[in-house]
Design a binder for this molecule. Structure first.
Ligand SMILES: [Zn+2]
Length: 419
């Protein structure tokens, strides 16, 4: 049973989509944010938390993540999903889309069964990030741009039978987003897009060598997002602007980036940002199961993936996803000179928009879900609210939390002698 207490977080530095508001306060009623303000007079509340010295930010949404903490979505049990979701919450992610790589129909079916078992139960534990849906990366992608995906499982689209096993993934009584990254230029690509759009899928172009014209045709059908730009896309050519040229030029296009310092040179991030502006850029982690475990060799997706100095590599020498969390990505952007509100917005409001859930998630605004992070200077969450439920993280040992040691900031506590 959810409580409908009024919770006030005050004194903090509020990370709004376009600026910092300091000091400001956030009033939460039940699972909803009801007021965000810098007014001097504080409203009454059942619980008042002094968060002076901390950032207060919306929960992050990761729309492209394969695993973390030793868990991979393809082989996870429901307990594994739970462990993974707890890891993510401790890193400030409150909503995520487990993301599959191309595999055989039997394994897709196992993933579906596991999600169908886990998702309806997940709300019981507020200490875990919430699965918002599923993201299929492939299998309808280009064998010419596989990246670390296994082309053995790639498909083309001739009839509905080719996609049948991925259509029936609705989970009743839940908000359950189905997203797919595909290459529109493959055989039957545009027809597939029409079928998937009709069934409510969110679609993105990725692992693709699509021409500019095909991208425009896909955009007309409602495909306006591009996955891990410009990784696994045909590079920009001055006579063939292609998918990269289209993504930069078409105002409808939104792009997500892997800001792990390996997939993209930081000057490339600066260049893309200069061209498209902050209204079209989101962050993803593209994290794999090795995330949170450090350097080493890992058996993932039926092959050995090495992690050396935080860079992933499969046997063929290709980058194989990242080992960062969205928090790391935001930190990188800030280190590279991007203001915190903008970097944070790329991990919150922008992914919420890409997923079509920005009415509910992604910013500290009245009416939105109370997914709120209280972050220290290093952007480690010390307190998280998910659906308005308070979760104290500082009590956990750093090894449990996957966080560095105490950073010397004051504990978050209710003020003395105050109602
Ligand atoms: Zn991926």
């Amino acid at each position: 049973m959810r409580t409908s207490r009024r919770i006030l977080l005050y004194g903090g530095r509020l990370v709004l989509p376009d600026r910092l508001l300091e000091p400001g306060w956030v009033l939460i009623h039940g699972e909803t944010i009801v007021e965000v303000s810098a007014a001097e007079r504080l409203p009454s509340a059942d619980e008042r938390l002094d968060v002076s010295g901390y950032y207060v930010a919306p929960g992050m949404l990761d729309l492209h993540i394969h695993g973390s903490a030793g868990v991979d979505v393809l082989t996870a049990t429901a307990d594994d999903l739970h462990r993974w979701a707890r890891f993510l919450l401790r890193h400030g992610v409150t909503r995520f889309l487990p993301t599959t790589v191309p595999t055989d129909p039997a394994q897709y079916a196992r993933v579906r069964a596991t999600l169908a078992e886990y998702v309806p139960e997940q709300e019981r534990d507020p200490r875990a990030a919430s699965v918002l849906g599923v993201h299929f990366e492939g299998p309808f992608v280009s064998p010419r741009r596989p990246g670390a995906l296994n082309p053995r499982y790639f498909r083309t689209f001739r009839s509905l039978r080719d996609v049948e096993d991925l259509l029936a993934w609705d989970i009743p009584a839940c908000l359950f987003i189905r997203m797919m990254t595909l290459a529109p230029e493959i055989e039957g690509g545009l027809a597939l897009i029409e079928e998937l759009r009709r069934r409510g899928f969110r679609l993105a172009i990725g692992h693709s060598e699509a021409s500019f014209e095909i991208c425009e045709a896909a955009a007309e059908l409602g495909v306006t997002h591009v996955t891990h730009f410009p990784n696994a896309l045909a590079p920009l050519h001055h006579r063939q602007p292609g998918v990269v040229g289209w993504a930069l030029l078409d105002e409808r296009a939104t792009l997500d980036l892997i800001a792990d310092g390996h997939h993209l040179d930081r000057r490339m991030v600066a260049l893309v940002r200069k061209v498209v502006g902050m209204d079209r850029l989101a962050l993803i982690s593209d994290a794999i199961a090795a995330t949170g475990l450090g350097d080493g060799r890992y058996e993932i997706w039926g092959e050995t993936i090495r992690v050396v100095n935080g860079r992933t590599e499969n046997a063929a020498g290709a980058l194989a996803g990242s080992v960062i969390t969205l928090r790391d990505a935001v930190r990188h952007l800030v280190q590279w000179g991007i203001p915190l509100p903008e970097a944070m917005r790329m991990a919150t409001l922008m992914p919420a928009r890409v997923l079509g859930v920005a009415e509910t998630f992604g910013s500290l605004e009245p009416g939105k879900r109370a997914d709120v992070l209280v972050l220290d200077e290093q952007l480690w969450p010390r307190l998280v609210l998910r659906d308005g439920e308070i979760i104290h993280l500082s009590e956990e040992s750093p090894s449990q939390a996957g966080a560095p040691g105490p950073c010397g900031m004051p504990p978050i506590s209710p003020p003395r002698g105050d109602g």
